[in-house]
Write a protein that binds this ligand. Structure first.
Ligand code: TXA
Ligand code: MG
Length: 347
């Protein structure tokens, strides 16, 4: 049974609950905790048996490495073989925050954590409860997103419970995640550095600090990647139960394309959903219509994506038509998740 504690603020009662959660970690257990990006499923990064429980709870392939979470700049050194000067610059500017930095791993980090790689991703989350929890655990905490493998990442406590209730030892339930998309992942073992996963820390912000930064081709191409540089890239991701299709074009065109697609559909009528925006949602007539947020507010849309996909599931939607989103520096991460969730299906 999962021991759930609810913590909104770090008052005295919360510290007692946090200590109980931290002691589960020290005993080799698994505990879900909130971060500013999505909920994480944590275990002691130095304990291989504990790490195996994470993979089992998620149903995650064991070659997909985990991010190691810390709560202070002085905690990086024991985890890595060396800290590249440019990586140190990133830490100073963006930590604590939604940035995962890949560096060469220290020999002491179990290979279970890194999926056999000789590198490790390190992140210092910008969330007071996550920080207090890591400090109290007195160990680095390995944590992937707290969803069943292949499902949308959890931005709300109820998403975690849908996927993992009874499969993990503990959970710190708190407010909804502020950002809603997982951290930016940057590989600092190569020159120029390469962004493996876009996130709230944008390419433009990284280039301001680092100069030249590349983006993995797996992020930019609109096809299912074949050659992978981050093991997580090759697996299906973020998928709702319904079939998700991205529809290109202006709203008029999108509406027409949906009507046409439905007229070609044979057999029992489908329950459909449309993932629109505040500006366009009144435009659609058919099915369940949900707004991702305002088109002028990429942060709001990013925060809502995973939760909307799960809402369509709750509504029993069998096919979701999602409006395409114009690409720019602020929407790259959102588009990356949307396309992956759709398995790169477009009309
Ligand atoms: O915001 C986040 O990063 C959340 C919260 C909980 O911190 N965590 C998260 O973890 O999203 P996860 O495991 O769901 O995604 C980690 C991604 C995976 O795609 C994984 O393959 C990649 O980072 N990754 C981790 N370590 C890596 C490494 N050493 N080299 C290349 N890619 C790595
Ligand atoms: Mg994940």
């Amino acid at each position: 049974k999962t021991k759930i504690v609810n913590i909104e603020a770090l008052d005295e009662a919360a510290l007692i609950d946090l200590e109980a959660a931290a002691s589960l970690i020290r005993a080799g257990g698994t505990v879900v905790f909130p971060t500013e990006t999505v909920y994480g499923l944590g275990a002691d990064a130095m304990n291989p048996q504990a790490i195996k429980k994470i993979f089992a709870a998620k149903g995650r392939p064991d070659d997909n490495p985990l991010i190691v979470h810390i709560a202070g700049l002085d905690e990086v050194k024991p985890l890595v073989a060396n800290i590249p000067a440019k990586a140190e610059m990133l830490m100073k500017v963006f930590w604590p925050g939604p940035l995962t930095i890949i560096m060469e791993k220290a020999v002491t980090i179990p290979t279970e954590v890194t999926g056999g790689l000789n590198t490790v991703g390190v992140r210092f989350p910008d969330h007071p409860i996550a920080q207090a929890f890591i400090k109290m655990a007195r160990c680095p905490i390995a944590a992937p997103s707290a969803n069943r493998s292949g499902r949308p990442s959890p931005t709300q406590g109820k998403h975690v419970l849908e996927d993992l209730d009874g499969r993990v030892d503990g959970m710190i339930l708190s407010s909804d995640a502020e950002l809603g998309l997982e951290s930016t992942v940057i590989d600092m073992t190569v020159e120029p550095p390469v962004v493996l996963r876009p996130g709230d820390i944008t390419l433009a912000e990284l280039r301001e600090v680092l100069g030249d930064v590349e983006v993995s081709s797996n992020v930019t191409q609109n096809v299912v990647p074949e050659k992978v540089s981050s093991p997580g890239m090759k697996y299906t991701h973020y998928s709702p139960k319904g079939e998700l299709v991205v529809v290109k074009g202006a709203p008029e065109e999108i509406r027409e394309k949906i009507t046409r697609a439905l007229s070609h559909h044979k057999g029992k009528p489908m329950t459909i959903g449309v993932l629109a925006s505040d500006e366009t949602m009144d435009f659609y007539r058919e099915g369940f219509i949900l707004s991702l947020g305002s088109r002028n507010d990429p942060k709001e849309m990013s925060k809502n994506l995973f939760s909307r996909l799960r809402t369509f599931d709750e509504l029993g939607v069998e096919r979701i038509y999602a409006e395409d989103i114009p690409l720019n520096n602020e929407t790259l991460a959102l588009i990356n998740r949307l396309y992956k969730a759709a398995g790169y299906a477009f009309i």
